[in-house]
Design a protein around this ligand. Structure first.
Ligand SMILES: Cc1ncc(C[n+]2csc(CCOP(=O)(O)OP(=O)(O)O)c2C)c(N)n1
Ligand code: SF4
Ligand SMILES: [Mg+2]
Length: 289
């Protein structure tokens, strides 16, 4: 058996073995409450690996959402604050201001971030708050029974759009990460996917980059993960992954949307280290290789 310590976050293995899979210590040794096949668990695992590899767990204060990931604080063994639905960026802003040395992370679903919390995420991004935002877009209100979200695809059937999302009545999906990327306070914005092992590896690299932005004193960084909700989509886990790879990824293109890490910087709101908003740059998806 070969074991790769680097990919697992573990640092030691017997001399004759190479560690390729192990649970990072920061990931709790317990079953999750997620439905079989749900993408949230994969994203938790990636966060555990990235935090471990960047030696962040002891310095992290994370903000938990309302939604299916409300119990994220039971799975990632860092300090957490629970925010009311949609308010994670506002709570994270307060933490940023009183604990400038902390690594501040938010985790929100699409109902949380792109619906009830639209104002909070827009203004945190506009201020260039030095926080790292993880945005899990599964196109639906998973926790409350599969209602339509702002991200729901056109034609998609949900419990509140049983005939499919009809734009003349229900409007169009929002690519909110592209909207945020227009703001000069946003240092990094990218969209990845949990659809398969290759995409999961790329998503991990995006999350790591967004964490490094904060460590290096940059501004607001966001990674959107398009994710599957087999139960809310009325699909098997495999069907939901195929759907994610196909129609969902076509509606929400994968790749880096903006990267201003190399741009000239000034001070960020609530920031202690040097670094800050770059001149407004073009924000468009750079497709991944
Ligand atoms: C202020 C407030 N409004 C509404 C709700 C009900 N509510 C709980 S979770 C949720 C939607 C969650 O959807 P999302 O954020 O996309 O997370 P998911 O469950 O899909 O991961 C809603 C509307 C609430 N808890 N608080
Ligand atoms: S309802 Fe959807 S998002 Fe929520 S745990 Fe189940 S599969 Fe995951
Ligand atoms: Mg959702």
């Amino acid at each position: 058996m070969t074991i790769d310590a680097h990919s697992s976050g573990r640092t030691s293995a017997p001399a004759d073995q190479r560690l390729i899979y192990a649970r990072p210590e920061v990931l709790a040794d317990r079953s999750t409450h997620y439905c079989p096949g749900c993408g949230h668990g994969v994203i938790h695992r990636l966060l555990a690996e990235v935090l471990t590899e960047l030696e962040l767990p002891a310095h992290t204060i994370a903000v938990a959402p309302v939604g299916c990931a409300v119990f994220a604080y039971d799975y990632l063994m860092v300090d957490w604050v629970e925010a009311p639905h949609g308010r994670a960026p506002a709570v994270a802003t307060g933490i940023r201001r009183v604990r400038p040395e902390a690594f501040v992370l938010t985790y929100q679903g699409d109902g949380d971030l792109a619906a009830i919390g639209t104002a909070e995420i827009v203004h945190a991004a506009a201020r260039g708050e030095r926080i790292t935002a993880i945005f899990v877009n599964n196109g639906i209100y998973g926790m409350t029974g599969g209602q339509m979200a702002p991200t729901t695809l056109l034609g998609q059937k949900t419990t509140s759009s049983p005939s499919g999302r009809e734009p003349s009545l229900m409007g169009y999906p929002i690519r909110i990460t592209e909207m945020l990327a227009q703001l000069p306070g946003v240092t990094y914005a990218a969209r990845g996917s949990v659809a398969d092992a290759s995409q999961i590896g790329k998503l991990k690299a995006m999350i790591k980059k967004a964490c490094r932005v904060q460590i290096d004193g940059g501004g607001f960084a966001i990674v959107e993960a398009i994710s599957n909700c087999p139960v809310g989509w009325n699909m098997t886990p495999q069907e939901s992954l195929d759907h994610l790879r196909g129609p969902v990824a076509r509606a929400y293109p994968l790749g880096v949307i903006v990267d201003r890490t190399g741009a000239a910087a000034g001070p960020q709101a609530g920031s202690q280290p040097a670094g800050g908003p770059a001149a407004p740059g073009s924000a468009s998806v750079q497709p991944e290789a």
